[in-house]
Design a protein around this ligand. Structure first.
Ligand code: 13P
Length: 230
């Protein structure tokens, strides 16, 4: 079954979350996950949908202002977390090492994890893509291994929020490369929309999608989930 995760980023407080959740139902044959901001997690969990956080810290508790731990998420009924999103790496100093620490701590607590990797345009064009992806994936693989509950999201940075997707061939190629380093489900992310979802999701090695902008609207997120179910 394909995993379709909606990463809402910093959109939708509790009220809008309740509205979305009431209008959304997961199509049969797909594992649909909603990833709202931290403050909206209780509202989303109460709706009965499967809910992931957008980040999680490696410690159970401690002096880490602004962070949230795995036991706290579990107490709310949250099922998993995204870690290492490129926006966290780009704007908040997340590194391969911190991503790996977050991943392994979350898995040990029984949370599912979507760990994000992806190259920038500059890295792709200068021929460093394989090296960057290898480092990102192997740092996670070294500590977590191909553990149950772990998925990688391949999100080329140049495709996020740009309307530009990887071609099906590019996605197939990179997904195969990632799987050769760490044999877990690999999701594609970066401008996934209802009109390109089916083609991307039908590629070998594309085990689901991590959807940003198009996950904010019930109809478009439902359409993407339906494309995954066919
Ligand atoms: P978009 O689907 O808006 O390009 O965002 C992708 C993403 O970053 C999902 O995590």
């Amino acid at each position: 079954m394909k995993l379709i995760a909606g990463n809402w980023k910093m959109f939708k407080g509790p009220r809008e979350t309740r509205e979305f959740c009431a209008a959304f139902s997961t199509p049969a044959g797909v594992d649909a996950v909603l990833c709202p901001p931290f403050v909206s997690l209780p509202a989303a969990v109460e709706s009965g949908h499967t809910v992931f956080a957008q980040n999680v810290h490696w410690a159970d508790d401690g002096a880490f202002t602004g962070e949230i731990s795995a036991p706290m998420l579990l107490e709310l009924g949250v099922s998993g977390a995204i870690v290492g999103h490129s926006e966290r790496r780009q704007y908040f100093g997340e590194t391969d090492e911190t991503v790996a620490r977050r991943t392994v701590a979350a898995l040990r607590h029984g949370l599912r994890v979507i760990a994000c990797v992806g190259e920038s345009l500059e890295e792709r064009e200068s021929g460093q893509m394989d090296l960057v992806l290898r480092l990102q994936v192997e740092t996670i693989a070294d500590v977590a291994g191909a553990e149950e509950g772990l998925a990688i999201a391949y999100e080329p940075v140049w495709a996020i929020g740009t309307g530009q997707t990887a071609t099906p061939e590019q996605a197939r190629e990179v997904h195969a490369f990632i799987k050769s380093l760490l044999d877990v489900p690999v999701l594609y992310g970066g401008s996934v929309k209802p009109d390109n979802a089916e083609e991307l999701l039908s590629q070998e090695g594309v085990d689901g999608a991590l959807v940003g902008g198009a996950s904010l609207d019930v109809e478009s997120f439902t359409a993407i989930c339906q494309a995954a179910a066919t």
